[in-house]
Design a protein around this ligand. Structure first.
Ligand SMILES: Nc1nc2c(c(=O)[nH]1)N[C@H]1C(S)=C(S)[C@@H](COP(=O)(O)O)O[C@H]1N2
Ligand SMILES: [Mo]
Length: 312
């Protein structure tokens, strides 16, 4: 398959990489827009992008990026509605500062941790990863974050910790989808410890060089690029180290359709549709889906000898 070499993020023009609200703001100001009273009094004109200087990660893939508008406009985040456009419309109501994460279970240093403290001194990387949804669409996103293993190891999980569960915030007053029902809240997800500690597993705090938009799981979410998107839980407030395989939302909803492992696998179909191909958002044609979403070389060993049709 011939692939056109894709542009590196730093070769893309500013209008493409700058989150739109900032870009618009800058443009308006450059045009000397004075209509909005007070706008010209904003200190420092446009806020600098939070992760503009993130180090480029060697774990990045070299593929065309999905546009900022698609990454932030076509989402799954049921706390803000079940439609793909709902989160972009409705997630602005979420307050993401201050933010804390409660860490419990099989670890030597449980406690409640302030996000600012957790981020202190962290080297933020840019990693271009695919996100592939179980509904057979995919995106290529320049995430900003750091290895989840960094965060997890700071709590000193014990040898009893075989799995880790993640939990999303539930705040009815700010989450219209929570008020409507549709899923049992909180949204929970989990990984086996070796999956969680794998260097590809990312604690994401930004995308396209800036902080995460609310609809993408602000202020901190998981990204597990070789698994279906539902594993990549958003707006995390709880982490629990467990001996036993933890409960996960979609597996509880329909275990026949959504397994705990949820590794991207073109050979194992969803009971209601094929997983052999996918449509990259922005493309017209479908493309063949790759084993482990193309990360086989990195993660294949984690599943050596496992029957992946049984442990889907
Ligand atoms: N808390 C929470 N996390 C979630 C979801 C959700 O509904 N609630 N949806 C999941 C699904 S199904 C997908 S495909 C991805 C989508 O991430 P994106 O909107 O950043 O592309 O988020 C996952 N994380
Ligand atoms: Mo998904």
């Amino acid at each position: 398959m011939v692939r056109v070499r894709s542009k590196k993020p730093w070769e893309i023009s500013e209008s493409q990489v700058t989150p739109q609200h900032i870009y618009m703001n800058r443009r308006q100001l450059m045009a000397g827009a004075t209509a909005a009273a007070g706008l010209s009094l904003l200190p420092g004109i446009a806020r600098a992008k939070a992760y503009a200087n993130a180090t480029k990660s060697p774990y990045s893939i070299d593929e065309d990026l999905t546009s900022y508008d698609d990454v932030t406009g076509y989402n799954n985040f049921y706390e803000f509605g079940t439609g793909k456009k709902d989160p972009a419309r409705l997630a602005h109501s979420l307050t993401t500062r201050p933010w804390s994460i409660k860490v419990t279970g099989e670890c030597a240093r449980p406690g409640t941790f302030d996000l600012e403290d957790l981020l202190k001194g962290k080297q933020i990387e840019e990693r271009i990863y695919r996100l592939r949804c179980v509904e057979a669409w995919s995106m290529v996103v320049p995430w900003n974050g750091f290895p989840m293993s960094d965060l997890l190891s700071s709590f000193e999980p014990t040898t009893e910790a075989r799995f880790v569960q993640f939990e999303t915030l539930v705040r009815r007053s700010e989450m219209v989808g929570v008020r409507r029902g549709s899923l049992p809240w909180p949204y929970v997800e989990g990984l086996r410890m070796d999956e969680a500690m794998h260097p590809l597993t990312l604690a994401a705090v930004g995308l396209y060089g800036d902080i995460l938009p609310n609809q993408n799981g602000a202020p901190i979410r998981l990204v597990v690029p070789w698994k279906y998107g539902f594993k990549s839980i958003k707006s995390i407030v709880g982490i629990r180290f467990t001996k036993k395989m933890p409960k996960t939302t979609w597996n509880e909803m329909s275990s026949r359709e959504y397994g705990f492992y949820a590794n991207v696998n073109p050979a194992v179909d969803h009971p209601r549709w094929s997983q052999k191909s996918e449509r990259r958002i922005g493309d017209f044609f479908r493309r063949p889906t790759l084993m482990f979403n193309g990360y086989q070389e990195s993660v294949g060993d984690l599943y050596a000898g496992m029957n992946l049709a049984r442990y889907y």
